[in-house]
Ligand binder design. Structure first.
Ligand code: LHQ
Length: 266
C-alpha cells in the first residue's frame, strides 16, 4: 500500500509510524486508519522490528476523528448515511486491537495534542513519552459522544477510575506535567530533546530480549482478568519456555562474564 497520510520507516530495529496530516493535527481519516492498520500489520510480520513507535508530524499527535470527513460522510446530521458502529469496528477498533496485541513493545511518542480517538491510540501503546508541549483530552463529551476506541477500558486501567471518569465527563485539557502526575504518561521530555529521547528509549527496547518482553505483556494483561493461582501457573509455563531461549543463555552468559548482553530476540 502507498502511504499518503502516514509515514512508515524502519531504523535500527525500530518501526516508526508517523501520522502525517500536520495541518489538521493528524486528525484521523478513514484513509489514515487503513494506512496505519497496514503499517501495523507489516510491523507485526517483520522480524527485524523489535519496537514500534507511533508519533505525529507537526504540532499535534492526533486530534481524533476528522470531524470534517465525518460530517461530510453523515450528511451533516451526525448519523445519516454512515454506519457509525461499522466505522468504528472497521477502523478504530482494529487499530486499537492491533496495537495492544503487538508482540514487541510499543511507544506512543506524544509530540503534541492527543484528543479523542487520537488519545486512545496513545493509551493502547505500552509506554507513553510526552513532549512538554503535549496536551491530552477525552474530547468526546464536548461533541456529545461517549469515549470510544477503547477509551472506557484503557484509560481507567492507566490512571484509575476516578481520574478517567473525570477526564471523560469534563473533556478538560491536561498539560504534560499533569498527565505525568496522574500516570497518564511515563515521561515528559523538553520538546527540543524529544526526538532524541524517544529514539534512545526505542532503540534500547529494540535491543532487549524481545521474546521475554512480549511474553510479559501478554502475562500482565491477562493477569488483570485471571486469578493469582491461574497467573502463577501461566508464569511457570512461560518461564519454562523462555529458559530454552537464546536470549536467556545470552543473559546468563553476559552476567557471568560481567559484560552487557547482546540479545537477538530468539
Ligand atoms: C481538526 C480536528 C478534527 C478535523 C483539529 N477534525 N479538523 C469516532 C467515530 C464517530 C464519531 C466521531 O468520533 C469518533 C472518535 C473521536 O475521536 S471523537 C473526538 C474528535 N476530536 C475532537 O473533538 C477534537 C477536536 N479538536 C479540538 O478540540 C482542538 O482542535 C484541539 C483541542 C485538539 C487542538 O486545539 P488547537 O491547538 O487550538 O488547534 P485548532 O483547533 O486551531 O486546530 C488546528 C487545525 O486542525 C484547524 O484547522 P484550520 O484549517 O482551521 O487551521 C482545526 O479545524 C483542525 N482540526 N481537530 N478532529
Amino acid at each position: 500500500m502507498d502511504y499518503h497520510e502516514i509515514r512508515y520507516e524502519v531504523r535500527n530495529g525500530v518501526g516508526w509510524i508517523r501520522l502525517n496530516r500536520p495541518d489538521k493535527l493528524n486528525a484521523l481519516t478513514t484513509r489514515l486508519a487503513q494506512e496505519t492498520l497496514d503499517a501495523l500489520a507489516s510491523a507485526r510480520e517483520d522480524e527485524g522490528i523489535r519496537c514500534l513507535v507511533i508519533t505525529g508530524e507537526g504540532r499535534g499527535f492526533s486530534a481524533g476523528q476528522d470531524l470534517t470527513e465525518f460530517t461530510a460522510a453523515t450528511g451533516g446530521d451526525g448519523g445519516g448515511g454512515l454506519d457509525v458502529a461499522e466505522h468504528l469496528r472497521s477502523g478504530y477498533n482494529r487499530m486499537i486491537t492491533s496495537i495492544v496485541e503487538l508482540p514487541m513493545p510499543s511507544i506512543a511518542a506524544v509530540n503534541g495534542v492527543a484528543a479523542g480517538a487520537g488519545l486512545s491510540l496513545a493509551l493502547a501503546c505500552d509506554v507513553r513519552i510526552a513532549s512538554d508541549a503535549a496536551r491530552f483530552l477525552q474530547a468526546f463529551v464536548k461533541i456529545g459522544l461517549v469515549p470510544d476506541s477503547g477509551g472506557n477500558w484503557l484509560l481507567p486501567r492507566i490512571v484509575g477510575f476516578a481520574k478517567a471518569l473525570e477526564m471523560s465527563i469534563t473533556g478538560d485539557l491536561l498539560d504534560a506535567q499533569e498527565a505525568l502526575r496522574i500516570g497518564l504518561v511515563h515521561r515528559v521530555v523538553p520538546a527540543d530533546e524529544f526526538e532524541t529521547a524517544v529514539t534512545e528509549f526505542a532503540e534500547r527496547m529494540a535491543g532487549g530480549p524481545t521474546l521475554a518482553i512480549g511474553a510479559t505483556k501478554a502475562l500482565m494483561s491477562d493477569a488483570l482478568r485471571l486469578s493469582l493461582t491461574e497467573t502463577l501457573e501461566r508464569e511457570a509455563v512461560t518461564q519454562a519456555d523462555l529458559a530454552g531461549s537464546s536470549d536467556f543463555a545470552e543473559g546468563i552468559g553476559a552476567f557471568l562474564d560481567k559484560r552487557e548482553p547482546d540479545f537477538t530476540g530468539h
